[in-house]
Ligand binder design. Sequence first.
Ligand SMILES: NC(=O)c1ccc[n+]([C@@H]2O[C@H](COP(=O)([O-])OP(=O)(O)OC[C@H]3O[C@@H](n4cnc5c(N)ncnc54)[C@H](OP(=O)(O)O)[C@@H]3O)[C@@H](O)[C@H]2O)c1
Length: 244
Amino acid sequence: MEYRTFGQSGLQVPVVGMGTWQTFDVRGEAAEANARSIVDAALKAQANFFDSSPMYGQAERVLGKALEGRREQAFVATKVWASTADEGRKQIANALRYYGNRVDLYQIHNLLAWRDQLMLLEQLVAEKRVGLIGATHYSSSAFNELSRVMKTGRIQAIQIPYNPQEREVEKVILPLAADLNLGVVVMRPFGEGRLMRNPPTESELAPLKPFGVTTWAQALLKWILSDPRCHVAIPATSKASRMT
Ligand SMILES: NC(=O)c1ccc[n+]([C@@H]2O[C@H](COP(=O)([O-])OP(=O)(O)OC[C@H]3O[C@@H](n4cnc5c(N)ncnc54)[C@H](OP(=O)(O)O)[C@@H]3O)[C@@H](O)[C@H]2O)c1
């Protein structure tokens, strides 16, 4: 696994991690065992950057359970997604319980009530229960606001969508992130799965073989990571073999 320096934090992160939206929103023994096997595959491949959110139903809890007994091997990035500080406090208390009283990167999901949540998170950084603070948005309509938050100097990372069909971040967000030396997490590397529906044939992929690329998923990840301003891409999957 290749590692990159995650902006001003100086931390080394793997170029590929894992998302949990939908795929980890599961209940029951069999489904949770499957989630654990996906985490096994991720850790084995050293893709130990895990992203979640209270917006993803059961995902935060299921990820916490899948990391039981090996939390220290993981870099946990989760989110606060709350319109009030009170609700934010409750979400954060749950997440700290799931992740051994420590979240490595705490992101403000969709910039919701970001001023309130930023104050809460800064307090947790002072208490060493949170490592870094980030902000995320999935929609380019919010990129002006995201730029404003980035320029406050109070966050160390962003999470944004980037794939060959969604390139809006190239205009302002990625150059600004590079100027400010922020960590960049790339969500939706496969366009929420849309880009995987009609993959190129084996012979169409053949010219990429000299670069170590034999699958369409690898090609899409390499496309993102060929931009050094992107540090970690976080595809989601419900299948351990695909994680590998
Ligand atoms: N979407 C958003 O708006 C959003 C917002 C904020 C944060 N995030 C974070 O970013 C993460 C990634 O984004 P995402 O989950 O929206 O989408 P994504 O990673 O672009 O795509 C996930 C989809 O791709 C499929 N897939 C994965 N590997 C595959 C392979 N090798 N071959 C064929 N299909 C494959 C998965 O299906 P299978 O399960 O069948 O493999 C899944 O349906 C999220 O999980 C979340 O943590 C997303």
